[in-house]
Design a protein around this ligand. Sequence first.
Ligand SMILES: C[S@@+](CC[C@H](N)C(=O)[O-])C[C@H]1O[C@@H](n2cnc3c(N)ncnc32)[C@H](O)[C@@H]1O
Length: 223
Amino acid sequence: MKNITNDKVTAYICQYYHPVNEDLAHLREIGERDNVPIILKETEMILTTLLNLKRPAKILEIGTAIGYSSIYFATVCPEAEVYTIEKNEQMLQAARHNIAESGFENRIHSLFGDGQEQIEKLASQGITGFDFVFIDAAKSHYRRFFDAAVSVCVPGALIVSDNVLQRGMTVADEYDTHGKHKTNSRNMREFVEYITSDQDYHTSLMSIGDGLAISTYRGDYEE
Ligand SMILES: C[S@@+](CC[C@H](N)C(=O)[O-])C[C@H]1O[C@@H](n2cnc3c(N)ncnc32)[C@H](O)[C@@H]1O
């Protein structure tokens, strides 16, 4: 990924990427062909490690797109319920089609609307207890997505936020060559500052893919 990782190193790492199955390999091809920003291969590799360690039972995702990552979550975690939120109606239609094709309609609950609003709705319906969250939607809104997600998480939950380095623009304005992403960069910097300084979480920042923040929610844990 531009300004974050070395292309040769990424190409080397991605040689060792193995699609979870043929259906997901095909959906990745479609996503890449149609320029849908689905999770990068190297991001998927680290997510698989985290999911294998965590073995989550209830996964929340903000940003469904065509359903690639939600189908991936349901495949890697065969016992888990997946709730995924998408605010673009056309994307959601494509996702619902792909989810139906995957056979996971009974375990992937796709919700239409804004991430924060839909999480609040879930909470009002008593749907809480998430132990894995993946934030992969509008980059300027990560803090409100994160706060809403934490309110429906159990202590010990893992919250993974994708694209936190934004092709380097979060790190330095010089990477925002046309100066078009100032608001996104400022908001992402504030988000990173927030999740790395709050005592309720431990967050690691990783220069994988477009930058990942991996937060563990300490919840009500005693020191
Ligand atoms: C990077 S894509 C998600 C890719 C998907 N997670 C995957 O890897 O297959 C981000 C998606 O978030 C959606 N989105 C943007 N703002 C949103 C919001 N406020 N609430 C929910 N979804 C949103 C976009 O429409 C887009 O489809």
